[in-house]
Design a protein around this ligand. Structure first.
Ligand code: XIL
Length: 388
């Protein structure tokens, strides 16, 4: 018996958005249905010795049960997106506010997610009061004290720490390629050694990561940045500075000509030859220059992810894929790289209703096609989620 239209809409409402998406005549979001029953990204990653996780802000998780469900479904690791940055922890001098960081940490623990710290040293998040601290010994002391307090608080519980974020900036025109940050100016290039040594002492079990952007791309001064990074690492090795891994942010461009698979693979070989593992730490795709059509845009975003991840995950040094946010509902892109037509950004694997997008499938397929590798060391086994 044919179903009358009124009954149809009643059944659609009853069955929920996933079935509704596949309902004949509803072309919109038909793609959601084929991925609905599949295992989450973390579960499939685990079969390859890989971690899949995402960064999130506490207030989103605290207020959105669907987002929480999505993290539980897709992730085995959570990154504190903002809560462990200087500006969040140290709004006032000599006072650390761990409220939001601790909330995220407990959230991760309760939901069996490994926890990842971001970031102990960054040029962008130094509060103005801190910049008043005298250069030399006082600045160095402040840095040591900060790392000791923050990494020390979560000692034994952190899967990894971004000890230093974005230390390179060839445009600042130094022979070593280092960014002329507050820290560099106050302490000198030695601030990097100080940061890694203090982090190791404060939390000997956390994987210590230097996180950087641009080294995954062609164009501009990115090739120079790769060379500067390798030279920096050689210096660390020569001075016995403890570093375990490089974080590659991977905020991918919507345009294909920024990525060269051969060059990237050769760079990963250089990192592996220096006994380093690699984490893809902030994956998403900028879509402010992409077509307005959601279907076309989603396809391009997925294609960029496929191209990048198929290359990255073919390399055994890469041990984690982490996206910067999980759902388009909560993405930094809408603030930092908004579309000029006002349409919402769609850079992430899940849409704003937590439905799986082509970008989700791109990540899933890239993981499925990846060879098995040695899992990252130092991930505290007790806090890692067992594959669902
Ligand atoms: C961004 C956050 O997502 C924003 O909410 C915040 O206002 C600024 O920082 N690279 C990084 C991250 O290493 O720390 C940045 O996060 C995004 C770019």
């Amino acid at each position: 018996m044919p179903i009358a239209p009124s009954r149809r809409s009643f059944l659609k409402a009853l069955a929920g958005p996933l079935v509704a998406a596949a309902w004949p005549g509803n072309a919109h979001a038909v793609w959601q249905e084929p991925f609905a029953g599949e295992p989450g990204l973390a579960a499939r990653a685990a079969t390859k010795g890989l971690i899949f996780g995402a960064a999130e802000v506490a207030h989103a998780l605290a207020n959105d049960p669907l987002l929480v469900e999505a993290y539980r479904r897709e992730c085995s690791l959570l990154v504190a997106a903002n809560e462990l940055k200087w500006w969040a922890l140290r709004r006032e001098p000599h006072k650390l506010d761990f409220a939001a960081g601790d909330w995220l940490f407990l959230f991760a623990k309760q939901n069996h997610l490994a926890f990842r710290g971001h970031t102990l040293v960054w040029h962008y998040d130094v509060p103005s009061w801190a910049k008043e601290i005298a250069p030399g010994a006082p600045a160095r002391h402040m840095l040591e004290e900060h790392i000791w307090s923050v990494a020390g608080r979560y000692r034994g519980h952190m899967q990894s720490w971004d000890v230093v974020n974005e230390p390179l900036h060839p445009a600042d025109d130094r022979a070593d390629g280092l960014r002329r940050s507050y820290w560099l100016q106050a302490i000198g290039p030695d601030y990097l050694d100080v940061a890694f040594r203090t982090a190791r002492a404060a939390d000997p079990n956390a994987l210590l990561v230097l996180n950087e952007y641009g080294v995954e791309f062609e164009g501009g001064d990115n090739p120079r940045k790769r060379k500067d990074l390798l030279r920096l690492i050689d210096g660390f090795r020569a001075r016995n500075v403890p570093i375990d891994a490089i974080g590659i942010q991977a905020h991918l461009s919507g345009a294909p000509d920024w990525f060269d698979a051969k060059v990237f693979l050769a760079f990963l070989d250089e990192l592996a030859a220096r006994d380093l593992r690699v984490l893809i730490t902030e994956l998403d795709v900028r879509d402010d220059d992409l077509p307005r059509s959601v279907d076309r845009r989603d396809r391009i975003v997925a294609d960029r992810m496929t191209e990048f991840l198929e290359t990255a995950l073919s390399h055994p040094a890469v041990g984690a894929v982490i996206t910067w946010g999980l759902s388009d509902r909560y993405t930094w892109m809408s603030e930092f790289h908004p579309r000029s037509d006002g349409f919402p950004s769609r850079p992430l694997p899940l849409d704003s209703a937590m439905g799986r997008k082509p970008a989700w499938a791109a990540i899933a397929r890239a993981i499925d096609g990846a060879p098995v590798r040695t899992p990252l060391p130092r991930a505290p086994a007790a806090s890692l989620r067992s594959p669902a």
